[in-house]
Ligand binder design. Structure first.
Ligand code: AP5
Length: 223
């Protein structure tokens, strides 16, 4: 199928389920998963210069400056596993990032095939993010309300007891992330609509139902 050579963007507010759905989609399609949030959290944990520069923005729920993000993504896309196709999760988040992405792909003779937008309303987002817990060992993601681990406080995937709350999932920080999303990332909806690339999917149902709808949207973009 053409799904194994697609280049797509998963767009949506914090807590919309980008990370959850991205894992399902890359498993299904066999393409690379590029999560700028995960790359940044790793840089922070490793104490790299990028991580040191990014940390104060992330903690406050603000965006990390475009130049740092664009360089990070350009380096990541140049890696071997991205050669056939990739899913971008959490990038682009500003118009300058979207312009830079378009230009870096154009230089390689490539383009984005489809932009999938996950639509979820703000109250649900706050509920989801306050219940989110992730495994600090390998990053499996749970929700205390919607998809709890089988045993309280223990990761299903690796058995560790290290389920943690992200430091930017405090309610006041979540509210700021939503504001930043609407102000700075919201304009990308019209940006990609104008390019004829946008497909909106209801992100409010069950995880598996949403995955099936996203795959259907990818198939129709590939046809
Ligand atoms: P990032 O890590 O990208 O965070 P985000 O966009 O705020 O997204 P989240 O990871 O919070 O949510 P998600 O949509 O992945 O939802 P998830 O699947 O986990 O960015 C973090 C920070 O890094 C930014 O604030 C910024 O500082 C910086 N950054 C990153 N990229 C940047 C960029 N390009 N430019 C500048 N700065 C950047 O799901 C959430 C919860 O809901 C989970 O508990 C999950 O289990 C649950 N859930 C999922 N689906 C469902 C469902 N269908 N029903 C019920 N619950 C569900």
């Amino acid at each position: 199928s053409r799904l194994d050579s697609m280049r797509l963007i998963l767009l949506g507010p914090p807590g919309a389920g980008k990370g959850t759905q991205a894992k399902n989609l890359v498993d299904h399609c066999g393409i690379a998963h590029i999560s700028t949030g995960d790359l940044l959290r790793k840089a922070v944990a490793d104490g790299t210069p990028l991580g040191q520069a990014a940390h104060r923005f992330m903690k406050a729920g603000e965006l990390v400056p475009d130049d740092l993000i664009i360089q990070m993504v350009e380096d990541r896309i140049a890696e071997a596993d991205c050669a056939e196709g990739f899913l971008l999760d959490g990038f682009p988040r500003t118009v300058p990032q979207a312009d830079a992405l378009g230009e870096m792909l154009k230089r390689k003779g490539l383009k984005i095939d489809v932009v999938l937008l996950l639509v979820v309303d703000d109250d649900d987002l706050v509920r989801r993010l306050s219940g989110r817990r992730s495994c600090s060992q390998r990053g499996a993601v749970y929700n205390l309300v919607f998809s709890p681990p089988k045993r309280d406080g223990i990761c299903d995937a690796c058995g560790s007891e290290a389920l943690i709350q992200r430091e930017d999932d405090k309610e006041s920080t979540v509210r700021n992330r939503l504001k930043v999303y609407h102000n700075q990332t919201g304009p990308l909806i019209d940006y990609y609509k104008a390019l004829g690339l946008l497909k909106a999917v209801d992100g409010g149902g069950k995880i598996e139902t949403i995955t099936a709808q996203l795959i259907e949207a990818m198939n129709s973009a590939a046809a």
